[in-house]
Design a protein around this ligand. Sequence first.
Ligand code: NAP
Length: 499
Amino acid sequence: MFDLPTARPPPVSPAPPLDAFDLIIFGGTGDLAQRKLLPALFHRYADGQITDAARIYGLARDSLDDGGYRERVRAALQKTMHDARAAEALDGFLALLRYRTIDLTSDAGWPELAGELGACDRVQVFYLAVGPDLFGHVGDRLQRHGLARPCTRVVVEKPIGRDAVSAAAINDALGRVFAESQIFRIDHYLGKETVQNLTALRFANALFEPLWNAGHIDHVQITVAETVGLERRASYYDRAGALRDMVQNHILQLLCLVAMEPPASLDADAIRDEKLKVLRALKPIDAHSAAQLTVRGQYRAGAVEGQAVPGYLDELGRTDSRTETFVALKAEIANWRWAGVPFYLRTGKRLAQRVSEIVISFRPVPHSIFGEQPLSPNKLVLRLQPDEGVTLWITNKVPGPGGLRLRNVPLDMSFAETFGGARHPDAYERLLMDVVRGNAMLFMRRDEVEAAWAWIDPIRAAWEASDDAPKPYTAGSWGPSAAVALIEREGRHWHEDAG
Ligand code: NAP
């Protein structure tokens, strides 16, 4: 008797419960906490990974008591809750929450907080869901009030600075108080299933790695396209722009994971060492090359998904901003594996479709035996959002008589179908639990952040020195026509699913 292969892999077993821990969210009433962090913690509680022994604190200046905070969080969670099983867990989760009024720029309330947190007998995570101008204050006060201890971990959100100098200043301020191993710099893109799966695809399958180089890969595309405009972040965004907001962190991290050499192990530093080498091997783009290798744009009024939307300047309420809401650029990695392989990167707001994907485009076959029929090169598409999954595009014979007709078809691996339609955990769920477990694999080390800025800063400087304004594009399009020209003048096209 043969064992027949099963159609589905066995069900994924639930994550084991974590030991008791404390999570203290500075900025516990803010958008990030309410929309991302607390829903993520709630789902981990509903799945049994967080137990009733955990304590979760929200901290901000607003004067609320525990009851008022719980009601606020209840309302936020009810917006994201989709199944009855989760609703049953809501009261249990809310009971873990406490609220303390603290102004991070003053010492009031800290001794009481320190007394309440007590001995260092459980992991204590301090999540800085506040603006980066407050990071230094948090570090100083944690130290002054005896809360910078071996059990302490701090989580910081982007933006870590606005250039290499300010990033180094933030890192120095944190580094004066905490060891590097206690600092978790979060980039939520790294918590996405597809991004983690990239590491599995590359290093757990013998199939791809022999092809993963300039000999077989023609080019790589990374697209992070948003349909939204400024939302509530106008003043931050206008000071940052797309290059700082998206390319310096998310997109360069994705590029590193595609391009890095196989690490010796899954150890956090083994992976981060390899990512750092990629960042350091990026060919500099400077004042001479920026005009050829980069395109920046700013959206004008248009229609996104059938809705009329105003242009960037109208949304901002100003007429003089030169902030880019779109970037496309051609990056190159100067090393043996990637010499001559362009990495086309693009990101923007108010684009035609919300999609984040990485496209690995393989070289064509060296010789076609199929006469005049055009052959499409293979592509491996890793989609991060909206529906995470991996697709391998291969050329197949069209079934039936009528000659050997060929068609490019997708070999689809939708996570939802393959893994039994389970709920898709948000990236923050994985990342928060990794902080508690002390697993830094998916977090950025100081030198990575600074190396990324060192590559970005000259591009910014070149733009600022130039008289050119960002190129206009219509909201709901795929960006300025120059972004299409950037890739098409080299005989390539943006992957059709995304544009
Ligand atoms: P937000 O909605 O403005 O919330 C800021 C929080 O900080 C509020 O709870 C605020 O409450 C508190 N706060 C401000 N000043 C304080 C002070 N002096 N002492 C104590 N608490 C203070 O901002 P956010 O959108 O949540 O963003 C927080 C951080 O995460 C920012 O660095 C942002 O760039 C980053 N981030 C956010 C997102 C997101 O999706 N929202 C995504 C990525 C990164 P009170 O005013 O009541 O004190």
